[in-house]
Design a binder for this molecule. Structure first.
Ligand SMILES: Cc1ncc(COP(=O)(O)O)c(C=O)c1O
Length: 388
C-alpha cells in the first residue's frame, strides 16, 4: 500500500479508540463525549425544512457562503466579539474543523513550526502535521489553572515559527484565557510576524467571572489573526457541519484557495440552519450555558469526594475538565481509562490524547445529563473504595 509519510506519521486517535472500545459494552456511563447531547433547537430545524421545501438547498452556494448568512455573522461579530468586520472578511466553512485546516494550510510551509500551548485539542496538532508542519508543544501552567506561559512561548519562537494556534475556552482544560494575557500574546505575534490561529468553538460557555475575549477585536492585530468559529457547540449542531472563519480581507482571499478544494462550499441546508440560529431567539444558548454550569458544579462536587484519586482545576469555560490522576496509576492514562471502562463501564478520555503534557490526566465532559454524571461517579466511588 502506498501512503504518504505525512499520513504514516499520524497515530490512531486515542479519542476514537476509546469510543470504539466503549461500544463493546452495554450501559456505559459516558464522560468522554465532547458533543452536546441535546438536539438542535426546533426553530432551526423548522427553518431548514422550509428552505428545503422552497427548493433552496439543492445547489452550491457562493464558495464563501450565502450573502445573507455572512451579513448575520458580521452583526454577531460586532455584537458579541467586538469585531468590526464586513462580509468580505468571512468564509463559511464545514465546521470549525475545515476552517482550521484551511487556516493552517494557508499559513505554513513544510518544516515550519507552529506553537501550541498544551494540553490542547488534539486535532490542532494533527492538522499541523497534515500540513507537514512541526507542532511545538509549550506546556500551560497547570499550577496557575492552566494559564498561558508567556515566557515559555517567547522562548519557543525560532526563525521557523510561523503561527501560534490555540483554543479559548480550552478543550481539554476548560481554561478561558484572560484578555490581558491574550493581549500580551498578540504583542509577541506582532513583534515576530506570527499568525495567530484561534479556535473559539466554546465562546458562549464561560462561567463565574470569566469572560471570553476574541483577540481579533484588537485593531492592530487584524492582519495577524485568523479566527475560527462554529455553530456546533453554541446551538447543538454537531451534525450540520457548519462554522466560519474571520480574517483580514487579503488573508481571506488566500484562505479561499484552500477552502475551495477542501469543500467547494459549506452544505447549503446547514447555511440556512445557521441563518435561523443567528436570527432567532438566543434563549437556547442561555439554556445550554445554564445546563453546563450546573453540570460543572455537580461534577466538581463529585470530584471533591474522590480527592485521594484526582486533583483538579475548576473549569471556567467549555464543557470539559482535565483532572490530574494522583499517584503512579496516572503515569499511563490510556491504561487508567481502559480500566475504568472495563471494570465499571465509565468512559473517559486519556489525557495523553492531548499532547505529552496531558499524561497523568483524564478529560471529563460535562455536556451530559446530570444522571449520567451521577451514574459515572457512583461507579467510580465504588471502584476506588474497593481498590484503595
Ligand atoms: C476546540 C474544538 N474545536 C472544534 C471542534 C469541532 O468543531 P466543528 O464541529 O465545528 O468542526 C471541537 C469539537 O469537539 C472542539 O472541541
Amino acid at each position: 500500500m502506498n501512503t504518504s509519510n505525512r499520513i504514516n506519521q499520524i497515530k490512531k486517535s486515542a479519542i476514537h479508540e476509546m469510543t470504539r472500545l466503549s461500544k463493546q459494552y452495554d450501559d456505559v456511563a459516558f464522560l468522554s463525549w465532547a458533543k452536546p447531547t441535546t438536539g438542535t433547537p426546533k426553530h432551526i430545524n423548522d427553518a431548514v425544512i422550509e428552505a428545503i421545501n422552497k427548493g433552496l438547498t439543492g445547489g452550491y452556494s457562493q464558495s464563501e457562503g450565502l450573502p445573507e448568512l455572512r451579513e448575520e455573522i458580521v452583526k454577531k461579530l460586532k455584537r458579541d466579539n467586538h469585531i468590526e468586520a464586513n462580509t468580505s472578511q468571512i468564509i463559511v466553512t464545514v465546521g470549525a474543523i475545515e476552517g482550521l485546516a484551511a487556516s493552517v494550510l494557508t499559513t505554513i510551509d513544510p518544516g515550519d513550526e507552529v506553537i501550541l500551548p498544551t494540553p490542547t485539542y488534539s486535532t490542532h496538532i494533527t492538522q499541523v502535521r497534515l500540513a507537514s508542519g512541526i507542532p511545538v508543544l509549550v506546556p500551560l501552567n497547570e499550577d496557575n489553572n492552566f494559564a498561558l506561559d508567556i515566557e515559555a512561548i517567547k522562548k519557543a519562537i525560532t526563525p521557523k515559527t510561523k503561527a501560534i494556534m490555540l483554543c479559548t475556552p480550552s478543550n481539554p482544560t476548560g481554561t478561558v484565557f484572560p484578555e490581558n494575557t491574550l493581549r500580551e500574546l498578540g504583542k509577541i505575534a506582532l513583534e515576530h510576524h506570527l499568525t495567530m490561529i484561534t479556535d473559539e468553538a466554546y465562546e458562549y460557555f464561560t462561567f463565574d467571572n470569566a469572560r471570553h475575549f476574541s483577540i481579533a477585536s484588537i485593531p492592530e492585530l487584524r492582519k495577524n489573526v485568523i479566527t475560527n468559529y462554529t455553530f456546533t457547540k453554541t446551538y447543538a449542531m454537531t451534525g450540520w457541519r457548519i462554522g466560519y472563519i474571520h480574517a483580514d480581507e487579503e488573508m481571506i482571499n488566500q484562505i479561499k484557495k484552500a477552502h475551495i478544494p477542501l469543500a467547494i462550499c459549506a452544505p447549503v441546508a446547514s447555511q440556512y440552519a445557521a441563518i435561523a440560529a443567528l436570527k432567532g431567539s438566543q434563549e437556547c444558548v442561555k439554556e445550554f450555558r445554564l445546563h453546563y454550569l450546573n453540570a460543572r458544579n455537580l461534577m466538581c462536587e463529585r470530584l471533591d469526594k474522590l480527592d485521594s484519586v484526582f486533583e483538579y482545576n475548576k473549569p471556567e469555560g467549555s464543557y470539559l475538565m482535565f483532572p490530574k490522576i494522583l499517584g503512579e496509576q496516572g503515569n499511563d492514562s490510556i491504561t487508567f481509562s481502559k480500566n475504568l471502562l472495563k471494570e465499571v463501564r465509565v468512559s473517559t478520555t486519556p489525557g495523553i490524547a492531548f499532547g505529552l503534557t496531558g499524561e497523568n490526566h483524564i478529560r471529563l465532559s460535562f455536556c451530559v445529563p446530570e444522571e449520567m454524571i451521577n451514574k459515572a461517579f457512583d461507579r467510580m466511588e465504588n471502584y476506588f473504595r474497593k481498590n484503595k
